[in-house]
Design a protein around this ligand. Structure first.
Ligand SMILES: [Zn+2]
Length: 359
């Protein structure tokens, strides 16, 4: 099974270039099914980042915020991926969700199975070696995402519960999701604008020798893929569509997001003894744009050219990446770096850019 998954990943994801991983600063998934082109702008990040976010929100009794944000993300993920819903008929729906589960398990788990009881519209997911919750027994980001995705599948408002978890000592991870009501007003405002593809494609740049792509890193064995796990020096990594950062940013406590990301960044930078140069290369393959660091009056700033854009970009505080990069730089420069200022704009050729600064 595990070997199968690696082969599947190579044959169906890497080889046909469904996953675009050879451009520094930019990661995306594209494939076309039934005349609908699928395009997802993605970001690569260490598992410890989301483990930390969940732990900090659990500590402050604010996991509900994370669940809610992830739920809206999950719904949007169904929409943006053009996944068939039950309204498309059971046959088409089943082909769609099976394909999607297989895709998810290539990065998120060793295994992800789904059984559906159509009479009660109950979704029963079983997972093995699942990201995030295996470390903290929480997994609320995935659970919320599942509630949103099942809501999308059913065109209803569904909730999900993580009933068993390997991170809590159970044999496997299990989730149950079922509809709560037919009221879908929660999702009414979620839409995908044509700008999403247009703007993000502007981020595709010519190959530059001073940056790394994820493909370079996998070829050079800096990143390693095996059995549903993508790792960088023992740290598991996740590739997720960029909206997750924007939804968490909009609906969760900004200070907690910043702090938890800051400490995750500091942890990974220290563990790997990063130099600024190594960190710059790492960032360039994470898909958050091409990074430029600069200093002005002893204050550092970072400029990310081609940062992922979504409909939520306008009001974003970018708390997670601002915090994560602040934490990394604090470890690297051996002083407290706090990017408490930020701005975003469209540069030449419509490239979306963000700047994080020390104030
Ligand atoms: Zn779990």
């Amino acid at each position: 099974m595990a070997r199968d998954l690696t082969l599947w990943f190579v044959m169906h994801v890497l080889a046909p270039r469904k996953e675009i991983i050879d451009i520094p600063g930019y990661l995306a998934t594209t494939f076309s099914g039934k005349g609908k082109g699928i395009y997802l702008r993605e970001v690569l990040f260490p598992e410890s980042l989301f483990v930390n976010i969940e732990n900090y929100f659990a500590e402050e009794n604010k996991l509900k915020e994370v669940y809610f944000a992830a739920k809206l993300f999950g719904y949007k993920h169904g929409l943006i991926s053009h996944l068939p819903t039950l309204k498309n008929g059971r046959k088409e729906f089943e082909i769609g969700y099976k394909m999607f589960n297989k895709y998810v398990s290539t990065i998120f788990a060793r295994r992800l199975d789904l059984e559906i009881d159509y009479s009660t519209e109950t979704f029963h997911y079983t997972g093995d070696n699942f990201i995030i919750c295996r470390k903290n027994g929480i997994g609320v980001i995935f659970t919320g995402g599942m509630a949103g995705l099942v809501s999308y599948y059913l065109s209803k408002n569904a909730e999900a519960k993580h009933v068993y978890c390997q991170g809590r000592g159970d044999k496997l991870c299990e989730w149950i999701s079922k509809p709560l009501s037919n009221d879908t007003s929660l999702f009414e405002k979620i839409s995908v604008s044509p700008d999403y593809i247009k703007i993000n494609k502007n981020s595709i740049t010519a190959k530059r020798a001073e940056y790394l792509s994820l493909k370079d890193a996998i070829n050079g064995r800096l990143f390693f893929y095996k059995e549903g796990t993508l790792s960088y020096k023992n740290e598991r990594h996740i590739i997720w569509e960029a909206n997750i950062f924007y939804f968490l940013d909009r609906y969760c406590n900004a200070k907690l997001l910043f702090e938890s990301a800051y400490n995750a960044g500091m942890g990974i930078a220290r563990k790997n003894n990063w130099s600024l140069e190594l960190f710059r290369l790492y960032l360039s393959l994470a898909g958050v744009g091409l990074p430029f660091f600069a200093e002005n009056n002893k204050k550092v700033y970072v400029y990310l050219k081609g940062y992922p854009w979504t409909e939520l970009a306008k009001d974003s505080t970018f708390a997670i990446w601002r915090g994560f990069i602040s934490g990394c730089l604090s470890a690297i420069l051996d002083r407290r770096v706090m990017f408490n200022a930020y701005s975003s704009s469209f540069g030449r050729e419509g490239v979306f850019e963000v700047v994080f600064k020390e104030q």
